[in-house]
Design a protein around this ligand. Structure first.
Ligand code: GLY
Length: 402
């Protein structure tokens, strides 16, 4: 492909074919995964069972990615209204309720990813009480990770772990919707207040003046003084990890939607403009935006899928009823067109051609290149956000779980 490669947005026929192919994979995976959970990423194109860890057997509900599977089942239901998908999605509520009530692998900010897709969705759509209670318990646990006076939610590990203490990360912008939901559901503003502090702290310190983002940032937990940015999964501390930038586009947009804070909308635009200015010819980012065509590095299709959703969310924010600001409509159209080009490229060049090739929905993601984990493989979050992008594009008025 060349720098002049301009892909049109997906047409209805291409979209239908892509949705049908994705649903065939979801159908096959319902049988393949059974009542267990697949690993974070494929190995040679296929998902193995989740390895045993944290005292749990193989296929257990541990780690940060298990909810993307029920999340995909809910999207399949949104696309088809077929009750089979809803029943399959609801069958995961018990596992997530047990996880939070038994305290299994909860030392993470990713409780937002985990409980939004697995429990907030059924709580809101079916009135499931177990799901509501589990999601509220997860929100309470997430609140226990809030550190004063820094005003941040610690991302990873035990709160006393010196390596992780006072550290938060850009991905956490996707976890705050659980807290906004908890405030909305209980009428208690404490959850939303913490979410607002977290989003504001990230806006102020994790976005750099040149429009790039740090992956992670440390605060002094005792004094609250902001200290330094550091990467974990990016190429270098000073570089711009592609998936982090994509989380920034989507996460700042969502936090703007929940708060109306114009600073968060500006941050989402900043992240989007840098991301779009650093895409290769086929519109699917390399795993770190430092790399481009000819670098010999791998792309991260999951960053592309997240950005495709985030750009549409950003465009929706810009065209919201409260924002008749000159120039916004043109920017919104630009972001929608970019999202369409990214999605088209994923459909054409990254979805597997056969079940024998892969049981992921999209190939060529990177989980953690510095550690050599999940490099050039499918992964559960890439699959989820690809299916979300297809759903956003095919279901008018789609009801976002975020
Ligand atoms: N949220 C973890 C990751 O994006 O790898």
């Amino acid at each position: 492909m060349t720098a002049t490669d301009v892909r049109p947005s997906p047409d209805a026929e291409a979209m239908q074919a892509a949705v049908a192919a994705a649903l065939r994979t979801v159908d096959a995976n319902i049988d393949a995964f059974g009542d267990g959970y697949p690993a974070d990423t494929t190995a040679a194109g296929h998902y193995p069972r989740r390895p045993p860890t944290a005292g749990q057997p193989a296929g257990g509900n541990v780690g940060w990615t298990t909810s993307f599977w029920p999340g995909m089942l809910w999207l399949a239901h949104d696309l088809t209204r077929d009750g089979r998908y809803q029943r399959a999605a609801l069958s995961h509520v018990d596992s997530f309720a047990a996880r939070v009530s038994n305290g299994i692998d909860l030392d993470t900010h990713d409780l937002g990813f985990l409980y939004t897709l697995s429990c907030v969705v059924p709580a809101d759509r079916t009135g499931d009480r177990r799901a509501r209670d589990a999601a509220l318990a997860a929100a309470d646990h997430l609140m226990s990770r809030f550190l004063e006076p820094a005003g941040i939610i610690q991302a990873w590990g035990d709160l006393n772990d010196p390596r992780q203490r006072g550290r938060t990360i850009i991905d956490s912008l996707m976890n705050t919707p659980l807290l906004f939901w908890a405030s909305h559901t209980t009428g208690d503003d404490r959850y939303a207040a913490v979410a607002r502090r977290q989003a504001a702290a990230l806006r102020e310190h994790i976005v750099r003046p040149d429009g790039t983002t740090f992956h992670t940032f440390y605060w002094d937990p005792e004094t609250g003084v902001p200290l330094r940015g550091e990467t974990e999964q990016g190429h270098a501390d000073h570089s711009c990890w592609a998936r982090g930038q994509a989380w920034g586009i989507y996460g700042f947009s969502l936090n703007h939607r929940h708060t109306g804070d114009p600073g968060l909308l500006a941050a989402a635009r900043t992240c989007a403009d840098y991301f779009l200015a650093h895409l290769p010819a086929d519109h699917v980012a390399y795993w770190d935006l430092e790399f481009g065509d000819g670098s010999g590095q791998e792309r991260d299709s999951s960053a592309a899928a997240i950005a495709a959703c985030g750009l549409v969310e950003l465009a929706d924010c810009l065209t919201g009823a409260t924002r008749p600001v000159p120039g916004d409509a043109a920017d919104a159209a630009r972001y929608r067109a970019a999202a369409g080009r990214i999605l088209r490229s994923l459909m054409d060049g990254y979805a597997p051609r056969s079940a024998a090739e892969s049981n992921a929905l999209i190939l060529h993601g990177v989980y953690d290149k510095p550690k050599g984990v999940g490099v050039d493989e499918g992964n559960l979050w890439g699959d989820y956000f690809y299916l979300e992008a297809l759903t956003r594009a095919s279901v008018p008025g789609w009801n976002s779980p975020w």
